[in-house]
Design a protein around this ligand. Structure first.
Ligand SMILES: Cc1cc2nc3c(=O)[nH]c(=O)nc-3n(C[C@H](O)[C@H](O)[C@H](O)COP(=O)(O)OP(=O)(O)OC[C@H]3O[C@@H](n4cnc5c(N)ncnc54)[C@H](O)[C@@H]3O)c2cc1C
Length: 388
């Protein structure tokens, strides 16, 4: 042996493992018991929010200087993963708090950071992220939502679509066109909008396939006037900040996917040992053992990829775009496959709501779609590959 400490890099630290245990305890005790009900009733998981705030797991990424607990990117992923293992809808509380606040962290003035980040850190406010529009999903630069400068204000008009936790969040990062004649992509700016701002309202909650406990709604702006100092960074920098945000937060969607898949695998492992057919536990059939082995193998590969990407996010490595996209894309494809196989392992029982695996399968699907579809992730990866 050379005494090379590189080997330690392939081992999760004791602190991170202790954090995992602490989050799992909260998730098992306070979040899992409500997961089926929030799905069934399409109801926001208030009990999960209360438990996460009480344990300081609701926005763990916020730095200590803004009154947060200052969890690193890997620790934040572990929190999201462990909450998602119990309830994917609830895992969107820490995930979207990171997504919504990351533009502020990356691009805002010190005044804006001091004004808003402590509110999220304390749990007084959640913060959502408003980039997509009905006609501008993958093609974000074609957005139409407009922010017009008027003296000391900007006046917002237009809409944003499919915004996670809309209505329950008090704060919103919103992307809008500030220079309609300007160069595509460089004519967009980012702003913080407060729920109470006049002229700001929400559409009806979307009726969804999965993550039903997490409200998804449109944001409507009708001559919504906000102070000009709510701009994040400079005019024209908005889309750049929004896309840099996604480099970091796609890693957290990978973590969410890993958590959902782990929840399904754990449940299926328990079931196959109990269920008997042909006079023995179905776990004894090699055909099922091979399925379980493949599920666990792919899940572990996805987890390692997410953790490496999280380390790159923490360090701000040059190749984060590739790794963030790869981790999200791979982990979400694995989550879809593993949850579908978990339903298969339970047979008819897997298809009905008496068991959680059908919910996990429905929840997994969104991880292949939001924060950029997996086709867009492949474009991001290819772009970085070809750039060299
Ligand atoms: C439940 C939910 C929550 C969401 N939360 C948020 C949120 O909080 N904030 C937010 O801003 N957005 C959010 N979104 C929006 C989400 O990010 C978009 O739906 C997603 O980026 C895809 O955009 P689109 O739906 O317009 O699909 P489209 O862009 O219309 O894509 C349709 C299909 O075409 C493919 N496609 C598009 N362009 C290309 C291309 N160039 N090459 C190959 N294939 C392509 C896509 O991969 C997809 O398969 C959410 C969406 C959902 C459903």
């Amino acid at each position: 042996m050379t005494g090379n400490t590189d080997f330690d890099l392939f081992k999760i630290s004791e602190d991170h493992e202790a954090l995992r245990e602490a989050v799992r305890a909260v998730a098992d005790d306070k979040i899992a018991p409500h997961a089926a009900e929030v799905d069934e009733k399409s109801e926001f998981p208030q009990a999960a929010l209360d438990a996460l705030v009480a344990a300081d797991f609701h926005a763990p990424h916020i730095a200590e200087e803004y009154d947060g607990v200052g969890a690193d990117a890997l620790a934040t992923c572990i929190v999201i993963e462990e909450v998602a293992r119990a309830c994917a809808s609830s895992s969107l509380i820490p995930a979207v708090n990171k997504l919504g606040s990351m533009p502020v962290i990356l691009g805002a003035s010190e005044e804006l950071k001091k004004k808003y980040l402590p509110l999220v850190a304390s749990g007084e406010a959640m913060i959502s992220y408003g980039l997509s529009e009905r006609e501008a999903g993958s093609d974000t630069a074609s957005m139409r939502c407009r922010a017009k400068k008027d003296g000391d204000s900007y006046v917002l008009s237009g809409q944003k679509s499919w915004i996670t936790n809309a209505g329950v969040s008090q704060l919103y990062t919103v992307l809008a066109v500030t220079d309609p004649e300007g160069e595509r992509g460089r004519n967009i700016s980012a702003f913080v909008v407060e729920k109470s701002d006049e002229g700001f309202d929400f559409g009806e909650p979307e009726r969804k396939l999965g993550i039903k406990g997490s409200p998804t709604r449109e944001l409507h702006f009708d001559q919504c006037r906000i102070p000009a100092d709510r701009i994040i960074g400079q005019e024209g920098e908005g889309l750049k900040i929004a896309l840099r945000t996604l480099d970091h937060t796609r890693v957290t969607i990978g973590a969410q996917a890993v958590g959902i898949a782990q929840g399904a695998l754990d449940y299926a492992l328990g079931y196959v040992k109990e269920r008997k057919q042909f006079g023995k536990a179905i776990a004894e059939f090699q055909g099922l053992q091979f399925m379980l082995a493949d599920m666990a193998m792919k899940l572990e590969a996805a987890r390692q990829m997410v953790y490496v990407a999280a380390a790159k996010s923490e360090r701000g490595d040059q190749d984060l775009s590739f790794f963030g996209a790869a981790a999200k894309c791979y982990a979400s494809d694995v989550a879809m496959e593993v949850t579908t196989d978990a339903v298969q392992l339970l047979g008819g029982a897997g298809y009905v709501k008496d068991h959680p695996v059908e919910r996990m399968m429905r929840d997994a699907k969104i991880t292949q779609i939001y924060e950029g579809t997996n086709q867009i992730q492949r474009m991001v990866m290819a772009r970085q590959l070809l750039k060299g």
